[in-house]
Design a protein around this ligand. Structure first.
Ligand code: FE2
Length: 156
C-alpha cells in the first residue's frame, strides 16, 4: 500500500513531494522515493502506481504548460542538480580521510561545476531573461549592488 498523501490528482495519483520536501499524512508508509542519480535525488516525485514523470517537479498540470516552459524547466532542474552535486561532492571531500578518494571526489565536484556551466550557458542562449541578467552580472568586478544600480539607474 502506497503512502497516503496529500495532493492526489483526479486519477488518484499522489505527489510525495511538496516544495521540495516529502509531505505525509499521519500513518503514511515510508517514502517511496527512489534514488535518481548516483548521489541522491532532488525533488523526486513518485506516484502511487509507481510511474514517474520524466521531469519531476512540475507545479502545474503538464498539459497547461508550454513546450518552452517544459524545456526551461528541464534545464533549470538540471542546473539545480548539478549545483547540488557539486556541493555534495565538496562536502564529502572535506569529510573524507582517504587521500585518493578525496582526490576523486574533488575531481567529480569540478566535473559537476562544468556540467552546471554548460546548462547555464544553454539557459543564456535560450532565455532573454537569463541572458539579460547574466550579461549584467557575470565577469564584473566590485560591488554587485553597484552593478545593479548601474544597470537599473545608470548609477544615479
Ligand atoms: Fe553532473
Amino acid at each position: 500500500m502506497a503512502a497516503t498523501l496529500r495532493g492526489a490528482d483526479a486519477d488518484g495519483k499522489v505527489c510525495i513531494q511538496c516544495a521540495g520536501r516529502p509531505v505525509f499524512r499521519r500513518g503514511a508508509t515510508a517514502p517511496q522515493v527512489q534514488q535518481r542519480s548516483r548521489i541522491g535525488y532532488y525533488g523526486a516525485v513518485i506516484f502511487k502506481d509507481e510511474t514517474r514523470m520524466s521531469s519531476e517537479t512540475l507545479h502545474a498540470p503538464r498539459e497547461r504548460l508550454s513546450t518552452k516552459t517544459i524545456t526551461m524547466h528541464q534545464a533549470i532542474v538540471s542546473l539545480m542538480e548539478e549545483l547540488e552535486a557539486a556541493d555534495w561532492y565538496q562536502q564529502r571531500a572535506d569529510d573524507c580521510e582517504d587521500p585518493a578518494l578525496k582526490e576523486v571526489l574533488l575531481h567529480n565536484m569540478r566535473e559537476e561545476v562544468e556540467h552546471a556551466a554548460m546548462v547555464l550557458e544553454w539557459l543564456r542562449r535560450n532565455s532573454d531573461v537569463f541572458a539579460k541578467q547574466l550579461k549584467t552580472y557575470l565577469f564584473t568586478e566590485g560591488n554587485l549592488l553597484e552593478v545593479e544600480d548601474d544597470a537599473e539607474h545608470g548609477g544615479k
